[in-house]
Each structure stands twice: as structure tokens, then as C-alpha cells.
Design a protein around this ligand. Structure first.
Ligand SMILES: [Zn+2]
Length: 158
């Protein structure tokens, strides 16, 4: 997981960024958990690690802890595996490419917005015609659910 240095290593933080940080952190942490569960997932014909750029120790740990056959972790891992590496791969690639184009366009239009305001960047992405498709990708829907829940808890307690 990579957290932007300007959000986590500065000497100060805006209230806006401080309020958004926990939700973002949990969103990205959920993606890490998803990827680990994909590593743990065993297809009926055996292990497969398609294109997963994971450290050896994570792969080794995953191989020693496959999810139980009827567990929620296995069901989720199967769904994430299909979305990212299986039948959903082409659709996911298309959506992510279109979101990248939106990002490039926003960087040209407002060169400094990404550094100064992650919220401005998020607002720009939300205007992309592909944003709904992005949010509906299984791995994103799951991560947004986790991040939103934590973000709301954080805002209610601050
Ligand atoms: Zn995400």
C-alpha cells in the first residue's frame, strides 16, 4: 500500500485532509486485504497467482492459510479474482484506463490540485462519465464501503 507522502509526511495537515485520511487509509487497507485473500484463494484446479505483484513472504503465508471452502473470505476472494484477473479483467482494464484519462485531463486543467487538495481530485473524478462504473467494480465497491464506514465514524467522533 502506498500513501501519498504529501498527505502523511508533512509537518501540518489541513482539517479537510485530516478528516478524509482515515477513510482513505481504510479504503486502501481493504484493497490490501482483498489482494491477500486473492493470494489465499485456491481455484478448483489448484493455486494460481496471475499477475499478482506480491512479496514472497506474502505468497508463502497465503499458501499456508487458504480460506475454508465455504467461508466469506473464499467467496470474496473468488469474486475479486474474477474481477481483477478473470472474466472481469477486460472490463476492469477499460474502466481504469478511462479513469486514468480523466486524471490526465484534470492534471492538465488544474496542475496543482492533486497536491493541494485530494478532495478536489476526488471531485474531478466523480464528474467522469466512468466514475459509476469504477465505483461498481467489485473490489472498489467493497473498498469504498469499508472506507466510507470508517470515514463516517471518524467524522462523527471529531
Ligand atoms: Zn479503490
Amino acid at each position: 500500500m502506498v500513501i501519498r507522502a504529501d498527505l502523511s509526511e508533512g509537518n501540518s495537515v489541513s482539517k479537510e485532509n485530516a478528516m478524509a485520511f482515515p477513510g482513505t487509509l481504510f479504503h486502501e487497507t481493504r484493497h490490501s486485504e482483498q489482494r491477500f485473500n486473492v493470494l489465499r484463494y485456491v481455484e478448483p484446479n489448484g493455486w494460481r497467482f496471475p499477475g499478482v505483484n506480491a512479496p514472497k513472504h506474502a505468497v508463502d503465508l497465503a499458501r499456508t492459510s487458504p480460506p475454508n471452502s465455504d467461508s466469506a473470505a473464499r467467496i470474496q476472494a473468488k469474486m475479486m479474482n474474477e474481477s481483477v484477473y478473470g472474466t472481469g479483467r477486460a472490463r476492469r482494464a477499460q474502466v481504469m484506463a478511462m479513469m486514468d484519462q480523466t486524471g490526465s485531463a484534470s492534471n492538465q486543467a488544474v496542475p496543482s490540485h492533486g497536491v493541494e487538495s485530494p478532495q478536489a481530485e476526488a471531485a474531478w473524478f466523480e464528474h467522469s462519465p466512468w466514475y459509476d462504473a469504477y465505483r461498481e467494480l467489485p473490489e472498489e465497491a467493497d473498498a469504498f464501503k469499508a472506507g466510507t464506514k470508517v470515514g463516517l465514524m471518524w467524522k462523527e467522533s471529531n
